[in-house]
Every structure is written in structure tokens, then in C-alpha cells.
Write a protein that binds this ligand. Structure first.
Ligand SMILES: Cc1cc2nc3c(=O)[nH]c(=O)nc-3n(C[C@H](O)[C@H](O)[C@H](O)COP(=O)(O)OP(=O)(O)OC[C@H]3O[C@@H](n4cnc5c(N)ncnc54)[C@H](O)[C@@H]3O)c2cc1C
Length: 419
């Protein structure tokens, strides 16, 4: 049986950064990707805006991925494309991983695993839209794939449900390609996408954004012919009597991303119900020893720069993994925080430069983030505002707080003003 020190599953920006980092830290590394080419979802993101933090430049998705692919190839790291990981089992000396590709089925061995499998999009079935089942209803990612990779326009008269970033970017893209985008409808009272995308993709192209509205029904036999739009109340329930019918031939859904963690679930890894990704410590090791997680499989990121950063953390720690016992204490996000990553600290590991990612549950103005250890405030920072679409990042030296096995870390927000 062929074996490696580190096996990376997924060849998107997280997996590429993880593999490079594992290799640079002395791990013999193999990367496995189910598609024909490396780069993950960035292959179809041909707009610019990637890499501002890491490279100080506005790159397109393929350009950003290309920089990592060049480093990956130059380092001579092994990869297998058109290869799908179907099963992982924990053996006595590591993991047994079953792969399927054009050569057949193979089982390989690895001391450590990195799950960099990205995320998937919510579909119409997951947001309860009634009506017929006509052609012309796409997730934003599928519409992006058609438009940018296959050169096929998905429709001419488009309605977009959800104001997530991919939907906003597709509103602009479809307009540039000659389609008419009739409007973006969002059930929440605030947009889900980044502020810069609201301006650059909607305002600059006179595309209307309708907050507190949703689509309740689709019409059409072979092809979509119209959608029913309803206003919603503060609990996002449609308000009877507010329905309007809008003729269109295409409905694009941008209603959320969910970390792809089927393999993690099969391994019995504990998932965080708030991130929907594995609960990890500061080294990005999951609840199963030797399995690490990064990128959008860990939690949905809005900036690819942080996806690469988490890949590097997972790669470095997977290469150094020696199977030592852990002493884990919980890191709990509460109150107005939607989530925080990592969800625990291993006191046997180096926690001096722990990168903490978090999001607020709602738009908050004038607030103060606090970190307490055993009830003592050890860190605080004021924020003029926090918005759920914009993930925040802090670097904290947790080794300075005198933590013991009985310690508990709590992260909270004091709010002066709910928007
Ligand atoms: C449709 C879509 C469009 C997006 N557009 C933008 C955008 O315009 N701008 C932006 O900043 N962010 C965008 N994002 C967010 C984007 O996903 C992240 O910025 C980044 O690409 C995530 O990197 P990743 O490596 O974690 O995941 P991905 O890029 O999704 O890579 C995961 C890789 O894992 C592979 N994989 C999964 N399961 C297996 C398996 N079992 N075996 C082998 N391989 C497997 C997949 O084929 C894929 O290549 C988009 C996300 C989606 C889903």
C-alpha cells in the first residue's frame, strides 16, 4: 500500500495552501482533487477582487489560484486529479483512504489528513419554493459555471433570490453578458453580501435590491415563465396579500453556502452547529486526532485570503503531527456572536499566535468584543460596527493568560446599539 505523511483532500485555494505548507514543514504530501484541474471554485470566478490582503493586488480567481498552483508545481508536490475520496477509516497507524479514479479503486495510507473539500450551495429545495419544476432555476454557482466556463447564457430575464456575494456577482456578470436582471430579492432586512459588492455589482448597474421580500412560487411548464414575490415579516414569514407576479425566464438562487463535510461525518468528527464545519482547536485539528480542516469546509469565508491562511495553519500542523495526547479546553462564543473559530485550545500545543475568526449574528453598531478566561477579562476591542457578511479576524496570544485544564474561554460582545 502506498503511504504519505499528509493527505490533502480538495485542490481549491485551501487545499493548495495546506499542501504547500505541509510540504514546506517536512511532510511527504499528496493532494487529491475530484475535478480535472486544481483551483477549486476559483476557476469559475473570473471577476477581480481576490488577494487584496495577501498580495496587495486585485486578482481574478484563476490568477489567485494560479499563484498557488505555480508554487505547488515548483515544489514537486504529488497530486491526483479526477480522483474522488469515497471512504476514510482510522487504522492503527493512521488512516486508510479509499480513492476512485479512471485506474479503478485504490486504498492508500496517511498519518494525517486535511479536509479541504470546500462548501456547497443551498438549493431551491432547501428554501421551500412551491410550484412547478421548470427549467431555468439555477444556483448562482451553476449559473456562474455556465456563463464563465461553458460560455452559455443561462437566461435573458433574470430574477435573483438572496443577496449573497455570488448572487450579487452574477447580477453584474449576467448584465454584462446582455441579460436583464429585474431585481435581487432578499428575505432579511439587511443584505447578506459584502458592502463593496452591493455597490460594485448592484448600484453601479442600476439593479434594484428589494429587502424583506422572498419568492414564494415559481410558474412554468418546460421553462420558467414567472415568479411570485411576497413581502416578509421580521421573522421572514411571507405576509398574505402582498404577492406580486413577475414575468421572467430565469431564477438564480444565492441563498447560502454549507461546508461540505460528508467525509468528516463518516469519520465521526464533531461538527459545530453554528459553522456547520468541524469544531477545531487553534491548530485546526478536529475532534478526531490527526484530521485537520481548513477553508470553506471549516467555515464559510468571505475572503479567499483567509481561506489560504487557514490552509497554511492546517498544513503546518498536519506535517508536525506526532499523535501526542491533547489537553483541550473550550472556547465558547455567545450572545451576539454567530460563531468563533477555533472552538477549543489544546494546552499541549503552541497557542501564542492563535488566529481567531468570528462573525456577529446581526448588524451591530458601537460594540465591544471581550475575551474572558475563567471570568477574568483578558482581551477587549471596540468595533464601530459588526456585520454578519464580514468575517472578523484577530490574533491572540492565549499562552499569556495562565490557562489550566479547568479553564474556559468565553468570547462575547457588549452591544450599545442594535441596528
Ligand atoms: C459557487 C461559488 C462561487 C464563489 N464565488 C466566489 C467569489 O466570486 N468570490 C469570493 O471571494 N469567493 C467566492 N466563493 C467562495 C469561495 O468558495 C472561497 O473563497 C474559496 O474558493 C474556498 O476555497 P476552498 O479551497 O475552501 O474550497 P473550493 O474552492 O470549493 O475547493 C474545494 C475543492 O475540493 C474538491 N473536493 C470536494 N470533495 C472532494 C472529494 N471527496 N474528493 C476529492 N476532491 C474533493 C472540490 O472539487 C474542490 O475543487 C464562491 C463559492 C462558491 C461555492
Amino acid at each position: 500500500m502506498r503511504t504519505w505523511d499528509v493527505l490533502v483532500i480538495g485542490g481549491g485555494p485551501a487545499g493548495l495552501a495546506a499542501a504547500i505548507s505541509a510540504h514546506e514543514n517536512g511532510g511527504r504530501t499528496l493532494l487529491i482533487e475530484r475535478e480535472a484541474r486544481l483551483g477549486g471554485i476559483l476557476k469559475q470566478c473570473i471577476h477581480d477582487g481576490f488577494g487584496l490582503i495577501r498580495f496587495g493586488e486585485k486578482l481574478s480567481g484563476p490568477e489567485y489560484a494560479g499563484r498557488f498552483i505555480e508554487r505547488f508545481r515548483a515544489a514537486g508536490i504529488e497530486s491526483m486529479t479526477l480522483t474522488f475520496v469515497t471512504c476514510i477509516e482510522k487504522g492503527e497507524e493512521g488512516f486508510l483512504v479509499t480513492l476512485v479514479n479512471r485506474d479503478g479503486v485504490e486504498t492508500i495510507g496517511a498519518k494525517a489528513l486535511i479536509l479541504a473539500t470546500g462548501c456547497r450551495e443551498r438549493t431551491a429545495k432547501q428554501v421551500s419554493i412551491h410550484g412547478t419544476r421548470p427549467a431555468g432555476v439555477f444556483t448562482a454557482g451553476t449559473a456562474q459555471h455556465f456563463t464563465n466556463l461553458l460560455g452559455q447564457l443561462p437566461g435573458r430575464q433574470c430574477v435573483i433570490l438572496g443577496s449573497g456575494d455570488i448572487g450579487l456577482i452574477m447580477a453584474r456578470r449576467l448584465t454584462l453578458e446582455g441579460a436583464r436582471v429585474l431585481g435581487v430579492y432578499e428575505a432579511k432586512s439587511t443584505p447578506s453580501g459584502l458592502t463593496r459588492n452591493i455597490h460594485q455589482c448592484l448600484h453601479d448597474y442600476n439593479i434594484p435590491l428589494h429587502l424583506s421580500h422572498t419568492i414564494t412560487r415559481v410558474f412554468g411548464q418546460d421553462r420558467l415563465s414567472a415568479v411570485e414575490i411576497s413581502q416578509v415579516d421580521e421573522k421572514m414569514r411571507p405576509i398574505p396579500g402582498t404577492q406580486e407576479i413577475l414575468s421572467c425566464d430565469t431564477l438564480i438562487l444565492s441563498v447560502g453556502l454549507i461546508p461540505e463535510n460528508e467525509l468528516a461525518e463518516k469519520l465521526g468528527i464533531r461538527l459545530d452547529p453554528d459553522t456547520k464545519g468541524p469544531a477545531c482547536n487553534a491548530q485546526l485539528m478536529t475532534s478526531v486526532d490527526g484530521v485537520f480542516s481548513c477553508g470553506n469546509a471549516l467555515h464559510v469565508n468571505d475572503l479567499v485570503d483567509y481561506v489560504s491562511e487557514s490552509g497554511e495553519t492546517a498544513g503546518r500542523n498536519a506535517a508536525r503531527y506526532e499523535g501526542k495526547a491533547r489537553r483541550e479546553i473550550p472556547v465558547k462564543a455567545s450572545g451576539a456572536l454567530l460563531y468563533a473559530v477555533p472552538q477549543s485550545l489544546n494546552l499541549n500545543a503552541d497557542n501564542r499566535e492563535t488566529v481567531l475568526y468570528f462573525r456577529s449574528r446581526e448588524v451591530l453598531n458601537g460594540c465591544r468584543l471581550t475575551i474572558t478566561a475563567d471570568g477574568r477579562e483578558v482581551f477587549a476591542k471596540k468595533y464601530p460596527f459588526l456585520r454578519p457578511p464580514e468575517m472578523e479576524r484577530l490574533v491572540i496570544d492565549f499562552s499569556a493568560f495562565g490557562l489550566t485544564d479547568a479553564s474556559e474561554i468565553a468570547i462575547d460582545i457588549e452591544v450599545n446599539d442594535h441596528a
